[in-house]
Design a protein around this ligand. Sequence first.
Ligand code: MOS
Length: 739
Amino acid sequence: MKFDTPAGQNPIDQLKVVGKPLDRIDGKFKTTGTAPYAYERHDVAANQAYGYVLGAGIAKGRVRAIDVGAARRAPGVVAIVTTLDMPKLGLGRMNTANLFGGAEIQHYHQAIAVVVAETFEQARAAAFLLRVDYAPEAGRFDLAVEAKGAKPVSGDSGEGSSSGGEDRTGDFEGAYAAAPVKLDETYTTPDESHAMMEPHATVAAWEGDKLTLWTSNQMIAWAKGSVAKILGIPPENVRVDSPYVGGGFGGKLFVRADAIVAALAAKAAKRPVKVALTRPLVANNTTHRPATIQRVRIGATKDGAITAIAHESTSGNLPGGRPETAVDQTKLIYAGANRLTGMKIAHLDLPEGNAMRAPGEAPGMMALEIAMDEMAEALALDPIAFRVKNDTQVDPGHPERPFSHRDLIGCLKLGAERFGWDKRNPKPARVRDGRWLVGMGMAAGFRNNLLTKSGARVRLNADGIVTVETDMTDIGTGSYTIIAQTAAEMMGVPIDKVVVRLGDSDFPASAGSGGQWGANNATSGVYAACVKLRESVAQTLGFNSADARFSDGAVRSGNRSVPLGDAAKSGELVAEDTIEYGDLSKMKQQSTFAGHFVEVGVDVHTAEVRVRRMLAVCAAGRILNPKSARSQVIGAMTMGVGAALMEELAVDTKRGFFVNHDLAGYEVPVHADIPHQEVIFLDETDPMSSPMKAKGVGELGLCGVGASLANAVYNATGIRVRDYPITLDKLLDRMPDAA
Ligand code: MOS
């Protein structure tokens, strides 16, 4: 189905099932431990052996030799594959660093060997008997140092956020020089780890030259193609299956070493092999969100109209790696005739920087939205009023291009009302509650909506059961449920008559999970397949498909009503289709908007920051399931608290690796850190986005949150921290008098 004109009235608008806050249909499996994750797929292949990955102990250089003798003689060892057994393997989609093969070491903990044994413990013990002879080389590991030689670069996040080395509208320098009120500040964000609950893991089995990988991956069709390319085998010989994913956050958009070494190990062992990356390998073997150094300049008239805005970001990566596209949103979010955005990249020999939830906008909004708060203060304007004044209904760089639908102002105003913003004292460090200095902060949230083609197959059997098959993944997001809701609405059946099967590359290729594009696109693919199935049902039952109505498990027209399942009496009906998009997103800018509000307490003696309450008001088109969407947003808000207050991969700038490579050293917020969160969705639809009229919320919930905390800490203490995370050492010696 081609979607190239705005959606009119369609069966989804009935909202009998779609739009309802239904529990996740997979929730009971996850909460009872019966949803099998990759490493637990004991039943899929007999006689599984365990692979243990050894990571390089240097950050740059070469492997001269690996002595496998002692490891091979160790108890239980079945096979050993080392990186010197083969030439450097090719890159898969979105990979920067090579995953295996050859002598070159590009980063610390690059996979250099896998030991296969009868038990995990035997494999691990034997891996430590490998003797590796390295020829180390000097590397570059310090962004602050390398930033000085950084070069302009254009780039794209792989998730729709993109920017040039330098993009201009009007005359930024002239307008900035002439502006009566201005700001010029630099903000930094650290390297961050996805730190998902389920590490990267794969069970691999060969049958002749056919390979099956039971793995944990967000993008099944990409994975299938990448595995084939890296291993040099035809894609039709690869099957990837990933029905449950214990979090990805962009770290599982692409194939990683677990999948490749599991395949190589299974070949060498001549039996199925399972491999999980250990927690330290998740930090240093896989990918991370790169640190940024961002300069923001804003010039405005005395009454607060922005006349000049510039946002420039520098990040580092391995040669060939992408920049963090932190300036992209600044092209679109606020008005202003004179604009400059730019990116630079520095060469670093740290592990690969790549997409992490809202790549680009997440760190970009952390800087921009502090700058907006600072600018509002300089103008003696309320920060909400300042943003409202500079709202735009068109792409400011291309004023002929409107937004499809934009209600940022609605989010900010409703948020202000619900949060009690009028009770905020605009003067910092004035509110005290016992030992706490209390402050409120807000920020705008912004993230684009992406359209990408998505396929599905639907089956109807004689019992009236509708089965949906698509390679779409559920990474903890609620895909199973919203897909079931879509099929139920379209076919006129209750949700318990729908079976959803996901994550198998034998199913039609979907949009996959990433870039907050999953929900809208994957359900639109299911919509398209259901339109075909409805036609086939109507035809089989002798209805005119134009006036056949599907409801309550029956098909009706005039006085005639036939049970839906009757259409499949003489054999299952199957329909398959793919939603594909025309130019609608080029004609109008599709984005999602939020207002993020937070209240913090800062301990007057220790400068410890505690979140007291949070609110997000989101405008993101039709909300397909308010319960799972809310869960997405509260998860994202929690991630925003981590980014603001605690998350930071500490770089050893001598040895070139992330030191705090486990969940003891890399701190993320837990329930106890988040006392009270609320999410409100504006009641809206966007007919430009898809037949579902929905957009994404999974990343919107993160973008802006960090800055709302920084702004709240400022309001509480009068201390402006521009260097994330806002740990107490950055506050302590500047705290107001405790007396
Ligand atoms: Mo993307 S970083 O997988 O949301």
